[in-house]
Design a protein around this ligand. Structure first.
Ligand code: FMN
Length: 161
């Protein structure tokens, strides 16, 4: 079994809907256990136990929200121990070209500083899943695919170790 942790912050529910779709996607892959947690309920143990960590945030001033960032700041206590885990990101923004990509990159940057592995996407949604406001069906499909991709990559890497 591999473990995927989906961590999200969501004040008005949009990012939460995306998180549930990411969970659904990851669950499609066999031998994968998926846990979803709100940022405020996520501890360092949760991150240490996971093989893949997918994090979602509302776009706040073109960055991840303070609640998600607080997890990364806290994670300095386990710096070095997330190396080799697979990461992924998703966000809900208020508009188009108003900071969604920079928000995704702010999450991925922190993951890279941890030595985590991030897989890009060659066509559309290069940096992760994004939605404007409440996600529509197509955007939820991207979230499901994100969950599947991370779970598949975790499994591939685990079998090569
Ligand atoms: C403090 C704050 C900052 C925000 N900054 C941005 C922004 O820079 N760009 C943007 O498109 N939307 C911005 N928004 C809008 C949210 O990203 C958007 O409403 C999102 O769908 C909220 O997600 P949630 O329902 O998961 O909380 C901001 C909202 C708040 C409350």
């Amino acid at each position: 079994m591999v473990k995927i942790l989906v961590v999200y912050d969501s004040e008005t529910g949009n990012t939460e809907k995306m998180a549930l779709a990411v969970v659904e996607g990851a669950k499609q892959i066999s031998e994968v256990e998926v846990i979803a947690k709100k940022a405020s309920q996520t501890g360092l143990e949760d991150m240490l136990e996971a093989d893949g960590i997918i994090m979602g945030s509302p776009t706040y001033y073109g960055q991840m929200s303070a609640k998600l960032k607080a997890i990364f700041d806290e994670s300095v206590k386990i710096h070095g121990k997330l190396e080799g885990k697979v990461g992924g990101a998703f966000t809900s923004s208020g508009g188009t070209a108003t900071g969604a990509e920079t928000t995704l990159l702010s999450i991925l940057e922190a993951m890279l500083v941890h030595g985590m592995i991030v897989q890009g996407r060659a066509s559309e949604k290069h940096y992760g899943a994004a939605a404007v406001g409440s996600p529509r069906e197509k955007e939820l499909d991207f979230c499901k695919e994100l969950g599947e991709r991370v779970a598949n990559l975790v499994k591939r890497l685990k079998t090569q170790r």
